[in-house]
Design a protein around this ligand. Structure first.
Ligand code: PAF
Length: 278
């Protein structure tokens, strides 16, 4: 069974004598098949695997979303045990943010586009907590899902800028058989919303097919995604994007790689998905 540590001091003490390399899988708990793939990959590539379970209040721009965020600690620990995690870091809030905490890690350009535009402050919260976790764990590698493509970019830039040596490893999005990207928020969908939710992936695939057929207009690809979304009455699109995968600037014309991405609401539940082109 994995050892559980709850304080910064214990984490440092346990990690001091541990076999290297260390692979870190930062999570907010509510572990699902996507996390499982991160844990399994970390297990294959490292001598020691550390998983962190911490629901980070600073990255929730919406208080109701924080309250509703699923908490499944016992099952999370079972998955950690089943995937061979050595150490689970489960800090209380004031262990991560001690009294008087005031530091903010901000990646202003990458963090303000797309998700950042619709969730103000979200990436400040992500970059801040991941900087703390990276610093505490001192891992050789850390594993993140491609599903949160912008988070990956923000975390990579943060680690490089701050001189943190942890290598950020991107892992493919894990999908249900009908194409819906696995997310902790999927369990909150009603059956009708769940049945409608694969429309995100369908619309990404429709744009990808247009691109494969030679379409290079960003606006035509955005329109292709919007058209598929519009045919699903339960889906309320927040944005669709065809962006430069390095800067996240919207593209008029595609001359190389691009990132298709979107956020779509189903009632209260907001889902995101993306698909890299090229
Ligand atoms: O992707 C997540 O679950 C969170 O954003 C992370 C990286 C664990 C930071 O809280």
């Amino acid at each position: 069974l994995p050892a559980i540590v709850r304080t910064r001091a214990d984490l440092r003490a346990v990690l001091a004598g541990i076999p290297r390399p260390v692979g870190l899988v930062p999570t907010m708990g509510a572990l699902h098949g996507g996390h499982r793939s991160l844990l399994e990959r970390a297990r294959r590539e490292n001598a020691t695997v550390v998983a962190s379970l911490f629901v980070n209040p600073k990255q929730f721009n919406n208080a109701a979303d924080l309250v509703a965020y699923p908490r499944t600690e016992a099952r999370d620990l079972e998955m950690c045990a089943a995937t061979g995690v050595d150490l689970v870091f489960m800090p209380a809030q004031d262990e991560i943010y001690p009294p008087g905490f005031e530091t903010i890690v901000r990646v202003p350009m990458l963090g303000s586009k797309l998700e950042g535009e619709h969730r103000p402050g979200h990436f400040d919260g992500v970059a801040t907590v991941v900087a703390i976790l990276f610093t505490l764990a001192g891992a050789e590698r850390a594993y993140f899902g491609q599903k949160d493509a912008q988070q990956l970019l923000v975390v990579r830039r943060m680690a490089r800028d701050l001189g943190i040596a942890t290598e950020v490893v991107a892992c493919p999005t894990v999908r249900d058989p009908d194409g819906l990207a696995i997310s902790s928020r999927n369990v909150r969908l009603t059956p009708a919303q769940r049945a409608a939710a694969p429309v995100l992936h369908r619309s990404l695939r429709a744009a990808e097919a247009r691109w494969a057929a030679g379409e290079r207009s960003g606006e035509a690809l955005r329109a292709a995604m919007r058209a598929v979304l519009a045919a699903e009455p339960l889906a309320d699109p927040e944005y669709v994007s065809v962006a430069d995968p390095a800067t996240l600037d919207e593209l008029d014309r595609l001359t190389g790689a691009a990132l298709l991405s979107m956020a779509v609401r189903f009632g209260e539940i907001r889902l995101i998905d993306n698909l890299p082109l090229g």
